[in-house]
Design a protein around this ligand. Structure first.
Ligand code: NAD
Length: 357
């Protein structure tokens, strides 16, 4: 198979970690006789330096025209003072919007080799943590009208939360299809006891569920979900929720797994296009030292194979290689522990590549 990947290495540790993910992709391509074409483009802080803006029309078009986008991370102190309209993070919002990426998939799973890094009690972790948060990404309160005005001699602020039927329907399909590739259980999270948007959410999700009789659906209120994630995370398979609830719950879910350097994320739109990245930022404090953990980015590349290229077997091979490398006691410095061997960023990429037999 032949695929075109737009590569945005970005800022800080971005280039270091993306290089390792490409190394692993090239090993997969060689083994399975695929050809991956990489088009490297600038977005984020480095694009501000080069073009005066974090995302040019040409770069956005390259993303839209490709089969998927692989991203490192953008931003850093160098660009903290730039005009808000061209900030590095604006590039990501621009790409999500321009590519119509309405679904964010973030796995929360804990590798048993790293179970001790979880802040949760051991008996809870031992029951297993392996679920996927499916978050609606381009609607809801973050995208509704906003205003701040004066009333009765005081300031009043207002953010509109809005959901349209089709926006709920398409993310519900993503959730049920994701569940079909997992353990076939969707928990839909809302605040239907208070919000109209949540009542519509619940109605539409249940309608869509009729098309997936093989997938079990339950509802959960968002406040209860926040508690259940730390109390009994083993009960979750796929959690689907609206934008703001998903923003908060996916961060909570990531944190119970322990290390920020290990977690990937996928943003998906129609027709399987997507943007894949680790959840962490550009880590300017360790940039250029070859010590960053590339595993989150490597697992993001694995998600790209599964969700955008329909290469589940190849994807699973990468995940298995990561697990085996960790089981064999290799660590980058951020997850280093006694008795393990410490590797640099590039050595970790080499090691994982070498485990794809
Ligand atoms: P960060 O995630 O970059 O770093 C937080 C801490 O985690 C740092 O100590 C860092 O060294 C460490 N860390 C992060 N990734 C690591 C890795 N792969 N291996 C080892 N250690 C790792 O968060 P921050 O410091 O708040 O943000 C730095 C910059 O990144 C800011 O400009 C921020 O806006 C930007 N940012 C970008 C994205 C993105 O591109 N998607 C996401 C979050 C933050």
């Amino acid at each position: 198979m032949e695929k075109h990947i737009t590569v945005i290495k970005g800022d800080g540790i971005g280039p270091e970690i993306v290089n390792e993910a490409i190394k692993v992709l090239e090993r997969i391509a060689e083994k399975h006789h695929h050809t991956f074409h990489y088009q490297e483009v600038l977005a984020g802080g480095c694009a501000i330096d080069a073009y005066g803006t974090s995302l040019t029309d040409e770069v956005l078009q390259a993303c839209i025209d490709s089969d998927s986008v692989l991203l490192g991370a953008v931003g850093g102190p160098k660009w903290d003072q730039v005009d808000p309209s061209i900030r590095p993070e604006k590039a990501l919002l621009g790409i999500r919007k321009g590519m119509g990426l309405y679904a964010n998939l973030r796995p929360a799973s804990i590798l048993k080799q790293l179970a001790h890094t979880s802040p949760l009690r051991k008996d809870i972790v031992d029951q297993g943590i392996d679920f996927m948060v499916v978050r609606e990404l381009i609607s809801g309160v973050y995208f509704g009208d906003k205003k701040t005005y004066e009333e009765n001699n005081e300031l009043v602020a207002c953010d509109q939360m809005i959901y349209r039927e089709h926006e709920i329907r398409r993310i519900a399909h993503t959730a049920f299809q994701t569940a079909r590739k997992r353990n076939k259980h969707v928990i839909s999270v809302d605040k239907a006891n208070v919000l109209d948007t949540s009542r519509l959410w619940r109605k539409i999700v249940h309608e869509v569920a009729q098309e997936y009789p093989d997938v079990e659906l339950s509802d959960m209120l968002v406040d209860n979900c926040a508690m259940q994630i730390v109390k009994n995370p083993a009960q979750f398979d796929v959690v689907v929720t609206e934008n703001m609830f998903g923003d908060i719950l996916s961060d909570e879910a990531s944190m119970i797994t322990g290390s920020i350097g290990l977690i990937p994320s996928a943003s998906l739109g129609e027709s399987n296009t997507g943007m894949y990245e680790p959840i962490h930022g550009s880590a300017p404090d360790i940039a250029g030292q070859n010590i960053a953990n590339p595993i989150g980015t490597i697992l993001a590349a694995a998600m790209m194979l599964k969700y955008s290229f329909d290469m589940a077997e190849e994807s699973d091979e990468i995940t298995a290689a990561v697990n085996e490398v960790l089981s064999a006691g290799y660590r980058t410095v951020d997850i280093m522990e006694e008795g393990c061997e410490q590797l640099t960023c590039s050595q970790m990429g080499d090691k994982i590549t070498s485990y794809i037999k």
